[in-house]
Design a protein around this ligand. Structure first.
Ligand SMILES: *[C@@H]1O[C@H](CO)[C@@H](O)[C@H](O)[C@H]1NC(C)=O
Ligand SMILES: *[C@@H]1O[C@H](CO)[C@@H](O)[C@H](O)[C@H]1NC(C)=O
Ligand SMILES: *[C@@H]1O[C@H](CO)[C@@H](O)[C@H](O)[C@H]1NC(C)=O
Ligand SMILES: *[C@@H]1O[C@H](CO)[C@@H](O)[C@H](O)[C@H]1NC(C)=O
Ligand SMILES: *[C@@H]1O[C@H](CO)[C@@H](O)[C@H](O)[C@H]1NC(C)=O
Ligand SMILES: *[C@@H]1O[C@H](CO)[C@@H](O)[C@H](O)[C@H]1NC(C)=O
Length: 357
């Protein structure tokens, strides 16, 4: 956990003062019997301000959990909410330290028998990575919902307040049990395992084009399409007590891709490499030769994913050292590779895990 000192260090990055991570804010009054929901705030657009109500880009993260809660007082009518600030950064700056701290907090809240569910607020740009990470490390049937916003809190038609309301409603819902970590924005409920950000600007950005959504909000009530299910062969990892995770880089495939980056990656400490390959995980012949040479020397796992927006990476392997990521996109494959390396999986076990997806 962040000590008081490190929390202040973290928040000092932003120019506004924030409640420290251990300070809980909660509903001032709440009817007895309402489900207890904990909101863990990490920053992002939902917690940001712009200088005018028509400005929707180039805004600053900096609104704390108290301001988020006071913007949506209706939340206290559907749940007894407590909020904690874990970090206050935009999602491009979320790192392993924050992820591990967030995991510890989420697990501690879920272990409390009086807590019904947890909501995480997060920037949308890397939201899918944090959601996927939590999905693989939090082993609980209680609802964990991650939400964010595409427009800053100061914008006309800011989407944060309703997204937060719906996320709390979902975390307080009895029907949300045993569905893994859920991504909830813009009336939709998606699986953290499959959802990805598809559009850089539009509100309706989180989709799993092939696998679809888990559900939808009708009049602010979550409606699920199916009974709970789990992705096939979904692994579960334990990161209790971890302070860091093995470094994994992603190399982007394109015409004339630069083979020196493979060596550079390994020399700077990567313990695994994800290739965002062309098509279904393809890579140039010259590049593959360099990768094979690097593999022969280092033995680190090299997993071929796809730069294409959707689909299955596999079957395009030319050399035995190549592993493929199945349905996982490069950023999710990276999270899974970090967690499996951390768990001490052998290359064969890593291959089986990815190719079983
Ligand atoms: C992650 O970010 C936080 C806040 O910016 C910082 O305190 C921490 O040192 C960073 N961790 C790493 C491993 O860089
Ligand atoms: C609301 O939650 C707080 C802890 O966060 C707790 O102290 C309080 O008793 C709860 N109120 C109700 C009505 O459940
Ligand atoms: C909410 O939490 C309080 C203690 O923090 C507990 O007394 C109450 O029973 C909980 N409410 C529910 C519905 O579980
Ligand atoms: C909460 O519910 C009460 C009673 O139904 C109502 O009077 C009040 O306006 C509601 N508050 C908000 C913020 O919706
Ligand atoms: C997850 O939780 C279930 C039920 O509590 C337990 O049987 C299982 O061993 C846990 N898995 C891991 C990897 O901790
Ligand atoms: C790598 O090792 C394999 C098998 O051990 C061998 O067949 C291959 O020629 C080696 N390739 C390079 C580029 O070193």
């Amino acid at each position: 956990m962040f000590s008081l000192k490190s929390s202040l260090g973290l928040f000092a990055l932003c120019s506004i003062a924030f409640p420290v991570a251990d300070a809980k804010s909660s509903c001032k009054s709440s009817q007895p019997g309402l489900p207890n929901v904990t909101i863990l705030a990490t920053g992002g657009t939902i917690a940001s301000k712009a200088s005018s109500n028509t400005q929707t880009t180039n805004y600053q993260v900096g609104v704390g959990i108290d301001a988020l809660l006071s913007a949506v007082p209706e939340i206290c009518n559907i749940s007894n909410v407590s909020g904690m600030q874990v970090s206050n950064v935009d999602s491009a700056s979320i790192n392993t330290t924050i992820l591990l701290e967030l995991t510890t907090r989420v697990k501690a809240e879920l272990a409390d028998p009086t807590v019904h569910g947890v909501v995480v607020t997060h920037g949308t740009d890397t939201l899918e990575e944090t959601a996927f990470f939590l999905d693989l490390v939090v082993n609980s049937t209680k609802p964990v919902v991650i939400t964010g916003a595409m427009r800053p809190s100061t914008a006309l038609s800011a989407d944060g307040p309703l997204n937060l309301y719906q996320a709390v409603k979902l975390a307080a819902s009895k029907t949300a049990y045993a569905r893994g970590v859920m991504v909830s924005l813009n009336d939709r409920i998606g699986s953290a395992f499959t959802s990805t950000k598809n559009n850089a600007n539009s509100l309706d950005t989180f989709h799993a084009t092939e696998q679809g959504q888990l559900g939808f909000f009708i009049d602010q009530v979550p409606k699920f399409y199916s009974s709970p299910s789990t992705p096939r062969n979904k692994p579960q990892f334990d990161v209790t007590g971890q302070k860091s995770l093995p470094a994994v880089d992603i190399l982007y495939g394109h015409q004339e891709s630069n083979s020196h980056l493979i060596r550079a990656s390994i020399e700077s400490g990567a313990k695994g490499i994800i290739f965002a390959g062309v098509g279904a995980g393809g890579w140039s012949l010259d590049g593959l030769k360099s990768a094979q040479r690097a593999y022969n020397q280092s033995g680190i796992p090299m997993v071929f994913s796809r730069r294409t927006n959707d689909g299955f990476a596999g079957g395009d392997s030319i050399y035995p050292f190549q592993m493929t990521s199945g349905f996982l996109n490069p950023q999710k494959a990276r999270v899974m590779l970090q967690l499996s390396l951390n768990a001490g999986y052998s290359n064969d076990e890593i291959r089986k895990m990815f190719e079983g997806q």
